[in-house]
Design a protein around this ligand. Structure first.
Ligand code: MN
Length: 129
């Protein structure tokens, strides 16, 4: 019986507590989670690994999540990977801005630990249509 290969999720989040929480929740669901703390680190890791999904904090030091998303989408290797924007902003226009940058979905923080894994699972299954 072959082990089902784990799906890989990259979590880009500069806040260590949030990052640890995301890693904990998603690891528990059986995903292999790569946590990185800024856009430069994310782009560097993406030269080594192609994740199944990317979680993108919008408020990051240096490049913001919109810019990191645009740069990821610029590479056709990552054209079809779901990218989920994470933001504490409840500002109007935020969702539209993240979708315009190339994100597929938008989750506001604080993350709901009960519904978050289902949102992720839904996006991952949608990818395989
Ligand atoms: Mn942040």
């Amino acid at each position: 019986m072959a082990d089902k290969q784990k799906q890989v999720i990259m979590a880009v989040e500069d806040n260590e507590d949030n990052r640890d929480l995301i890693i904990k929740i998603l690891s528990h669901r059986g995903y292999d989670v790569i946590g990185v703390s800024d856009g430069s680190e994310a782009l560097a890791r993406l030269s080594e690994v192609v994740p199944d999904l990317i979680l993108m904090d919008i408020n990051l030091p240096g490049m913001d999540g919109y810019e990191v998303t645009k740069r990821i989408r610029h590479d056709e290797t990552f054209a079809e990977i779901p990218i989920v924007a994470l933001t504490a902003h409840a500002m109007r226009g935020d969702k539209e801005k993240s979708l315009a940058a190339g994100c597929n979905a938008y989750v506001s923080k604080p993350i709901n630990v009960h519904t978050f894994p289902d949102v992720i699972a839904g996006l991952l299954s949608g990818k395989n249509r």
